[in-house]
Design a protein around this ligand. Structure first.
Ligand code: D5M
Ligand code: FE
Ligand code: ZN
Length: 692
């Protein structure tokens, strides 16, 4: 048997270039067991040319990579570098010192932190992602930072204000990670289906593999058969080359008083995809074609979208009666009527804009003249969204519109009854544990802060009243999510990534309820909606004491306020389709989605959508707050009483993001006042984030 077959039999893969490098030495200079042992030590089950080259040089055979290979295997950041970089990060002797700096939020006499409404600096700050200008250099500070948000209409709870400088005295020692040069791992329970066996190491691995006795390593495949994880057999006593944060143990500061402990829990997940009972279309008989079922499924999906959107649009009193496209031929040509439909396509013409819409009863072309102000809405209408038009039917299969209605949200929101006490929620997203760009020090510092290591009274008040923590997806970095990701992983194993996340999150004080939803980097269905995490991989999440897994999207009701939580991939399509939108202004893109009342309207573009019989991505009821992540930039906005916030990330800029010019704003913690569902403060930990 040749090298390729042998490797495949043992669930290892080899790239063609690696094969050519290795093959001539196989059986003469090394055996299969040695190669597998080497690959395992690098945490990979794919032997590429970099691994092959490193392996040969470990045997004293120095073979140069062929030139054309270098672009493929990114030799500059050798495969083994990722874990190394991460562990050296853990070992760096950075003693974070908290020093006084100025901030840009003001604290009012009554103690509430207000947000400046005039701060063009912040706007440009958000869009460029530049770090704050601090006096000194590597020293750092925790700020209570209000940032400018662009408030479009709505209440003016925002006033201009000067900023208070929080008293940030004293050194803060990051308990773990700072100087721990040899993190000791807790022994890890074997992952399901894989036992440790008796094999210790790979000295006899060739035989072991050949005979197939004992337990074989296993490759776990994700959607579409893409390998996403490798479950090696555990070798007792074998140390991992990376940390899974089992040494991070942070306890609430002695004597710290948590007001939130005495406030009654009041939360309810009012919408979760897992609770939706889907009626899956079935083939009429066993001979039914698969393709037919898929078409049927999508037709059901879009019918559901139309039905839900119609209900939403009807709620707008300005719209009036809507008639079916099929009935247009019965109306007078001078009669004003309203039609509605899914936008199949749209285009600019010489005199205006043309749409083709479909409502389940028929298809119609709709024209609007460019001299009409309403026609500007053309740009906000994404393909496959549902909108209404008022105008007249020409009688010749074309409808002349003079008004366009986006589904939108009502201008005013009824005020909710006040709460007896202030209670806060922290909203996070895109933690990306496992990435070597994960800001682990900053996250640990944040956890200490939550445990009462605060710098002043204002922060004490904030921490003391935090009762909820919401995490909107991309909680780990995953495996194989983008090309070359392997080189940027500190934890190259999806199971260990969740293990590491849980080791961090177990330090969240018990009285805080945590909600965790999936994103596109998680071990979850790739297509939207994402009902949750795949149990097999995310098992450690179950160990968290006071945590609930939510779907993407989900609606959580906190003390009567509805928080719509989504990872936010739909933002990518907005940036693609709507002019003047950018990854760096996500709140604006979120507003576009809110106005279309859909989290990912466009089908068949960047965001995969599952053909569920019901469209659960419709924003059916108007939330008090809409949170998304995904684009790694924090920004917020107010619109008609809805607070929109993108919660940024805990990952510094990756090589991939550098290439596509995405500048993240990591390690910022927005604290939401549940009563108003608005921002109370932003506390920044980015000074602890390397590479920012
Ligand atoms: O997404 C992090 C950021 O990277 C977000 O702004 C989207 C962007 N991104 C992710 N994948 C792509 C591709 N394939 N092309 C362009 N931009 C992309 P995250 O989900 O954390 O990777
Ligand atoms: Fe992300
Ligand atoms: Zn994402």
């Amino acid at each position: 048997m040749g090298l390729i077959e042998e490797l495949m039999k043992n669930n290892y893969l080899i790239t063609p270039s690696a094969f050519y490098l290795l093959n001539e030495y196989y059986d003469g200079n090394f055996n299969l067991g040695q190669l597998i042992k080497f690959a395992k030590s690098k945490g990979t089950f794919i032997i590429d040319s970099q691994i092959a080259e490193d392996f040969l040089s470990s045997l004293g055979l120095h073979v140069k990579l062929p030139l054309e290979d270098s672009s493929v295997s990114a030799p500059e950041t050798g495969v083994e570098k990722a874990p190394e970089m991460a562990s050296s990060e853990v070992q760096t002797d950075i003693e974070p010192k908290i020093e006084e700096t100025t901030t840009d939020a003001r604290v009012l006499a009554d103690g509430s932190v207000e947000i400046t409404s005039d701060s063009s600096d912040v706007e440009s700050y958000v869009s460029t992602g530049e770090p704050p200008i601090t006096e000194g250099n590597e020293t750092s500070s925790t700020e209570i930072g209000g940032e400018k948000s662009e408030f479009v209409g709505g209440e003016s709870f925002v006033s201009t204000g000067e900023l208070e400088t929080p008293d940030l005295g004293g050194d803060v020692e990051v308990e773990s990670g700072g100087d721990d040069s040899s993190p000791v791992e807790e022994p890890r329970a074997p992952v399901s289906g894989v036992s440790n066996g008796d094999s210790n190491g790979y000295a006899d691995s060739e035989e072991y593999y050949e005979n197939g006795n004992g337990v074989k390593p296993k490759i776990v495949y994700g959607d579409y058969g893409v390998p996403i994880a490798y479950v090696g057999d555990e070798v007792p006593g074998e140390e991992k080359s990376y940390s899974v944060y089992s040494d991070v143990v942070i306890r609430p500061k002695e004597g710290f008083k948590y007001r939130a402990r005495e406030i009654k829990d009041d939360w309810n997940v009012v919408f979760d995809v897992k609770n939706v009972k889907f009626e899956v279309p079935k083939a009429k008989n066993a001979a039914g074609k698969e393709g037919e079922i898929i078409v049927k499924a999508y037709s059901k999906y879009f019918k559901s979208r139309l039905k839900k959107m119609k209900r939403i649009i009807r709620e707008n009193p300005e719209v009036g009666g809507i008639i079916d496209i099929a009935k247009l031929s019965y109306v007078q040509t001078d009669e004003d009527v309203t039609i509605l439909g899914l936008v199949n396509n749209k285009r600019e013409t010489r005199k205006g804009y043309m749409f083709e819409i479909e409502d389940g009863t028929g298809i119609m072309k709709v024209f609007i003249n460019r001299n009409n102000e309403e026609s500007k809405k053309f740009f906000q209408i994404m393909p496959d969204s549902v909108v209404a038009f008022r105008g007249r039917y020409s009688g010749r299969n074309i409808f002349f519109a003079d008004k366009i209605f986006l589904p939108d949200v009502p201008k005013f929101r009824r005020e909710k009854p006040p709460l007896e006490e202030k209670v806060y929620a922290i909203l996070l997203s895109d933690i990306h544990v496992g990435s070597n760009k994960f800001c682990e020090k900053a996250f640990e510092r944040f956890l200490e802060w939550l445990n009462g290591e605060v710098n002043n009274k204002k922060e004490e008040e904030l921490v003391s009243r935090v009762k909820y923590l919401i995490i909107a997806g991309d909680v780990v970095d995953g495996i194989g999510i983008y090309p070359g990701q392997y080189n940027e992983l500190a934890i190259p194993d999806i199971f260990d990534q969740y293990e590491a996340l849980v080791n961090l999150l177990r330090n969240v004080p018990d009285h805080i309820t945590t909600f965790i939803g999936p994103g596109n980097h998680d071990a979850a269905r790739t297509a939207l909606p994402q009902p949750g995490f795949y149990d097999e991989y995310a098992k450690p999440l179950k160990r968290l004491k006071n945590a609930a897994i939510i779907s993407n999207p989900a609606v959580i009701r906190l003390h009567g306020r509805d928080f719509l939580i989504a990872h936010g991939r739909g933002i990518e399509d907005v940036v693609n389709f709507i002019p003047n939108r950018s990854h760096h202004r996500p709140a604006e893109a979120m507003l576009d989605l809110l106005k279309l009342r859909h989290l990912a309207p466009t089908f068949g573009e960047k965001v995969p959508i599952a053909p569920d019989p019901e469209d659960t991505l419709v924003i059916e009821s108007v939330p008090d707050l809409f949170q998304a992540g995904h684009v790694h930039v924090m920004e917020y906005k107010m619109y008609n009483g809805v607070f929109l916030i993108n919660t940024g990330t805990w990952q510094a800029q990756t090589e991939f993001q550098k290439m596509v010019n995405i500048v993240p704003t990591p390690a910022r913690v927005p604290i939401i006042d549940v009563e108003t569902a608005r921002l109370r403060a932003v506390v920044r930990f980015d000074q602890f984030c390397e590479g920012v």
